[in-house]
Design a protein around this ligand. Sequence first.
Ligand code: MF3
Ligand code: CO
Length: 256
Amino acid sequence: MSKLIELKSPAELETLRESARLASTVLSRVASLLDDGLATYDLEIAARREIEALGASPAFLGYRGYPAALCVSLNDELVHGIPSRKRKIRAGDIVTLDLGVIHRGFFGDVAATFPVGKVSAAAQRLIKAGKDSFAPAIIENLRAGKRLGDLSGALERHIISRGFSVVRDYVGHGIGRRLHEEPAIPNFGERGLGPILKEGMVLAVEPMMCEGSSALNLDADGWTARTSDGKLSCHFEHMIIVGAAPEIITFWGDKI
Ligand code: MF3
Ligand code: CO
């Protein structure tokens, strides 16, 4: 028995497009501030200000006890870095921003890894592989009638073909009136398996990959997940509507 994947009505899809646009607007404004010497908490303050300015609410603040509106994960940190006044960003870092909003009862959720100043060739390759996870040939698998494993398998093959490792501990998800809905969307899988995708599903696809091993450790703060080997990782997230063609409804701005 597979679990229920909600189909959104045209009116619900319209609101989700707005939520996605609001989250993306905040993400790209915060990303435009990224600079050497900035504390990660400075970005948190900016995120809250921009969310409020757009009339939306932060989705992550208080979610399962998460203490901020924004996740800021540096270099070996993969996800859920908690903004801190003491943590400074430096030129050469790669920084993942992950941001969620609630707007008219619907969630927007978006993430991307940005370079700060000049980063290493290896970091550039990693970021490019992350972005390229949304190439047309891959998200083509989000057409109605495809199976979830078609997408997951394509993502896995893409990540491996670039020489990176696939994160198995965190996955993407359906999204709507709840931040995390069915289905869970792994970045690995097998073509032809899993639920059939239908028009009106809205999926938050979250490719996550590592330079070295994909084994992760959780910090003592209970949130920050980082690579065990200390090598780089990246994380990108788009919300996509399944239809006759896939429709990407989030964006990351021009800082990547
Ligand atoms: N984009 C992440 C997700 O979809 C963000 C969750 S952070 C949390 O799971 F703070 F809300 F948990
Ligand atoms: Co998400």
